[in-house]
Design a protein around this ligand. Structure first.
Ligand code: DMJ
Length: 701
């Protein structure tokens, strides 16, 4: 998410960060360029290819399955007819005579089809999901075309003012690069071509200005790498002539990505190896946060692995890999109770700051990347699975409870540490969790496929985790149902019992109420939406989870919820031109964030975040699309919805660290006994218990 650097240093015990949806830019730095890409990509390719990997196939452009090619042709024919029909209709009602330009004509077409803003048919006829997917593409092109017209090349887009703004001199490609892979997936060739031209001619990383390390990695590095992956693996999507082998544009994405990554490396030059919050890309100098007592956010510091590891794999350069895996080692060596981490970490000491534990802002994607690191390297690094499982059990034990009336599952916060009270608050950001939990249950396969693969090895823990994913999904969906616009607030609080009911697995678990049944309203009393939290930034986390849940469970309810949510976005976040004598006509040309999603009409906030294009619309598009496209068990999706392939570690890469004993247990081989240590914070480690060796596993030396 976007973080504004605060001018003061907020208290570490503060449960809320009012500034976190602001501007991501840090303050000015100085110096000279030293961050040039090192290492010749080409020279590493042979090394890479000799490893005999399945994925990623750098420079290898496999054929697209003919079945899909046919589908695309069929679609093109269908679109042709549909467009003809729409143009005729618009002509008939006199729209084309207006003095709007060509782009707005396209937009009018979008607005005229708002008759589709309705639920699924109740007459038993089948829902046309392909048609719904087209509506998403339309929303994307409308958003993109407005940006192209009013703010092209700028890092920010303010659609109401019809203006853009750069975060650094010359721009970072913030919106263009973030949106690029969605356009490739949607096969929007001319738009991809325009974006690519801009990247090739206007994008450089020389601006002498510091930028947020995490945001730059997940959005810019992630966007370039995903564009590389998709354009090389699915060359029929948005095909570009200048991307062909031996043509001038070949390797544009990977070359830009490598240049950027080398510059970001300076952020890791701290005493501990934990990256600094910001980086000056011109000087490659890491810069501590200007707020938060200089500490980095835990999620920001620890959500960089998928991007740099994939780049390492592509280029054969191990230093990217080593830097990012070190971060997890430094964290794990602190043996935090039940794998749950405070949300601030000091880059110089490597120590956590404060006790605030949550899976919302500043905590979220650390947990997400544990399981995704395990999946990225095709299950060959069990250490990350172990850490994920430990954290998930910690979440069940410390952070889950139920709402008072409807027994909805709540994933709350412990702002003063695990031994202090639970706050029943969920940031919308937490709603990535249902999808990530479901992903961890099957590895990305459908439940049916996973059960067939595992046979009797399918465990009751998998059932339990899947149940948890579904229950949390319902709570997140309720955040949308609870407001006037049908769009979630940034934060929701919940009514819970005192003391909070502990989370229960299995048959004794409470049964939650439906949040969809119009005759049942009790659940609404459980949601408390504070006036400070009613904004909606068009965030992706809930539709992201709906996408995972739909793919994994196959339950079409998740698609239906997604459709309802999509319609709310289209209805309430659209920005329109008004015209006609009495402003009686209007035409949409953008979608924007909301200041207040809990009133109708909602108050607009003049900003379209890049993740609207990169994530939210991409997940809608995938949710309504065919289940076999971009199969979840073949990819890992970064925290900004950029797609990377899974791969084998091969000969060059390995996990460069080993996990110590689980917290509190250290084995002393010489004494042939296990010493159970107490790792109290700030205290000397002391032996509190000694056990016979048979009770513990051999640690080696
Ligand atoms: C995105 O930038 C990423 O998903 C990040 O991990 C946190 N959330 C924002 C969108 O909400």
């Amino acid at each position: 998410m976007s973080f504004q650097v605060p001018s003061n240093n907020p208290s570490f015990s503060s449960a809320q960060r009012p500034y976190e949806d602001g501007h991501w830019r840090a303050s000015k730095g100085s110096g000279h360029a030293n961050g040039h890409a090192k290492g010749n990509i080409g020279s590493k390719v042979n090394e890479y290819l000799t490893e005999g990997q399945q994925l990623p196939m750098y420079k290898d452009k496999p054929h697209y399955p003919p079945r899909r090619r046919r589908r695309i042709l069929q679609k093109k024919r269908t679109y042709g007819l549909a467009i003809l029909a729409i143009i005729t209709f618009l002509w008939w009602i006199g729209y084309l005579g207006r003095s709007q330009n060509a782009r707005e004509t396209t937009t009018q077409k979008g607005s005229s089809v708002w008759s589709w803003l309705q639920g699924s048919p109740t007459d038993g006829s089948v829902v046309d999901w392909e048609e719904r997917q087209e509506r998403v593409k339309e929303a994307f092109t409308l958003s993109w075309d407005g940006y192209e017209k009013y703010a092209w090349g700028m890092d920010e887009y303010h659609p109401v003012a019809k203006k853009g703004r750069n975060m650094v001199s010359g721009g970072m490609g913030w919106i263009i690069v973030d949106a690029l892979d969605t356009m490739i997936m949607m096969n929007l060739t001319s738009r991809v071509k325009h974006a690519r031209e801009w990247i090739s001619t206007s994008l450089n990383y020389n601006a002498n200005h510091d930028v947020n390390t995490f945001e730059t990695t997940i959005r810019m590095l992630g966007g370039l790498l995903s564009a590389h992956y998709l354009s090389t693996t699915f060359p029929q999507l948005a095909p570009l002539k200048d991307d062909d082998p031996n043509q001038p544009g070949e390797d544009l994405y990977i070359e830009k990505a490598t240049d950027l990554a080398e510059r970001i490396m300076g952020a890791f030059e701290s005493k501990s190896g934990i990256p600094f919050a910001s980086i000056n890309l011109n000087t490659s100098e890491g810069i501590p946060s200007k707020g938060d007592g200089g500490a980095s956010s835990t999620a920001e510091a620890a959500t960089l692995q998928l991007e740099f590891k994939y780049l390492s794999k592509l280029t054969g350069e191990p230093h990217f890999w080593e830097k990012v895996e070190k971060v997890i080692q430094v964290i794990d060596e602190q043996h935090r109770e039940d794998g749950l981490l405070p949300i601030f970490i000091d880059a110089n000491t490597g120590q956590f700051r404060g006790e605030n534990i949550r899976l919302g802002s500043r905590g979220d994607s650390y947990y997400e990347y544990l399981i995704k690191q395990y999946l990225q390297t095709s299950s060959s690094e069990p250490v990350y699975l172990e850490m994920w499982n430990e954290a998930l059990e910690g979440i069940k034990k410390h952070l889950l409870t139920y709402s008072k009336h409807a027994s909805l599952t709540i994933l709350g916060e412990r702002p003063q540490g695990l031994n202090k009270p639970l706050t029943p608050k969920m940031d919308h950001l937490v709603c990535f969790m249902p999808g990530t939990i479901a992903l961890s249950v099957t590895g990305g396969q459908s439940v049916t496929e996973a059960k067939t693969r595992l046979g009797s090895d399918w465990t009751s823990k998998q059932d339990e985790d899947l149940h948890l994913a579904k229950e949390l999904m319902k709570t997140c969906w309720g955040m949308y149902k609870a407001t006037a616009t049908g769009l979630a607030p940034e934060i929701a609080y919940f009514k819970i019992d005192d003391p909070p009911r502990p989370w229960t697995a299995g048959p004794g678990a409470p049964v939650s109420h439906s949040v969809d049944d119009p005759s049942e309203n009790e659940w609404r009393q459980d949601y408390e939406i504070h006036s400070n939290d009613v904004h909606n930034l068009q965030r992706p986390e809930t539709v992201e989870s709906l996408f995972y849940l739909y793919r994994i469970t196959g339950d079409s309810i998740y698609r239906e919820w997604g459709w309802e949510m999509f319609q709310s976005f289209i209805t309430h976040t659209k920005v329109v031109h008004q015209f006609g004598e009495h402003h009686e006509k209007n035409v949409a040309y953008a979608y924007t964030s909301l200041d207040n999603a809990n009133k109708i009409p909602p108050t607009h906030r003049d900003n379209m975040e890049s993740f609207w294009l990169a994530e939210t619309l991409k997940y809608f598009w995938l949710l309504f699309g065919p289940e076999d496209e971009f199969p979840l068990d073949k990819v890992v999706i970064n925290t900004e919805a950029h797609f990377f392939p899974r791969f084998e570690m091969g000969k060059v890469f390995r996990t460069g660290w080993e996990r110590q004993r689980p917290r509190g247990v250290k084995v002393n081989m010489a004494k042939n006994k296990a010493e159970v240590h107490d790792y109290g914070e700030g205290e000397e480690t002391k032996v509190v218990k000694v056990e016979k060796m048979e009770n513990v596993e051999d640690e080696g030396d």
